[in-house]
Design a binder for this molecule. Structure first.
Ligand SMILES: C[S@@+](CC[C@H](N)C(=O)[O-])C[C@H]1O[C@@H](n2cnc3c(N)ncnc32)[C@H](O)[C@@H]1O
Length: 249
């Protein structure tokens, strides 16, 4: 099969998977407006004035746009069946502005974020959303901190913590974790952070070549660790012998 046909097939499979996700959400709609109604509109308008986005910034990078981001995070929660599950304890790695944990709370769950403290905007949005976060830098081969008990669900959306910059003379170069770094991280999350029935969801950014979210090496290491890969997402069960499930039984 030539390359363009392979790419065409990939696009078609992805389009079908995206359609499937939409269809599944229609079966259990969530009242997003009710979640939006919980926001202090005046405080958000003030925040947007103080953090204006660049005029040509893509919407996905406008983190002060609460309406847009809450809709995205309602979908993320629906995809994990959080709108129809008993209350869970959720840890969001690289929680950024905190919208996912805010939506989780509106759906009855208890959440904790973990992130760097580099972006003043995220400091303010997490405070406005009343999202608790631990300031921590995830590093290769370093265990996560003690977070006070185990979690039913650990998430990472549009993860970047696996990217490390290696400085040369006058410039930096991005490197990604090696398979051994992923194995260490997954083992740490499974053994120390997740409850025995817990799940870990990692959602990856599209790559610069635009064709995939995973390199073959990353896909292989995740699959060897029992991950189910669906579009940009890798879902893992705490117990390596169990099939990870998006849907909560
Ligand atoms: C693209 S943003 C995604 C934010 C959020 N998860 C979302 O999708 O809405 C990536 C987040 O990961 C955080 N991050 C990047 N490297 C990290 C690291 N080594 N340890 C912890 N957080 C990190 C950034 O501070 C940022 O909040």
């Amino acid at each position: 099969m030539n390359l363009s046909r392979k790419v065409q097939k990939l696009l078609t499979a992805e389009a079908l998977e995206s359609l499937w996700e939409h269809a599944k959400r229609w079966t259990h709609p969530v009242d997003t407006q009710q979640i939006l109604d919980g926001l202090d509109r005046k405080a958000w308008a003030d925040l947007r004035q103080r953090y204006p986005h660049r005029p040509n910034a893509p919407r996905i990078n406008r983190f002060s746009d609460a309406d847009y981001w809450i809709k995205i995070n309602v979908e993320r929660a629906q995809d994990l069946w959080l709108d129809r599950s008993p209350p869970l304890r959720v840890l969001d790695l690289g929680c950024g502005p905190g919208y996912f944990l805010y939506v989780c709370r509106c759906l009855g769950h208890e959440g904790l974020g973990l992130d760097l403290d580099e972006q003043p905007l995220f400091r303010e949005t997490t405070a406005l959303l009343n999202v608790r976060r631990v300031i921590w830098t995830i590093e290769p081969q370093v265990p996560l901190p003690d977070l006070g008990g185990k979690f039913d669900l650990v998430t990472g959306h549009r993860v970047c913590f696996q990217k490390t910059v290696r400085w040369g003379i006058g410039s930096g170069e991005w490197n990604e974790w090696e398979p051994g770094d992923w194995e260490f991280f997954l083992d740490d999350v499974r053994s120390r952070i997740l409850k025995p029935d817990g799940r870990l969801l990692l959602d990856f950014n599209p790559r610069a070549d635009g064709h995939s979210f995973f390199t073959p090496q990353l896909r292989n290491v995740l699959i060897a660790q029992g991950a189910r890969i669906f579009r940009s997402k890798a879902l893992l069960a705490a117990d390596l012998t169990k099939r990870p499930r998006f849907k909560i039984a």
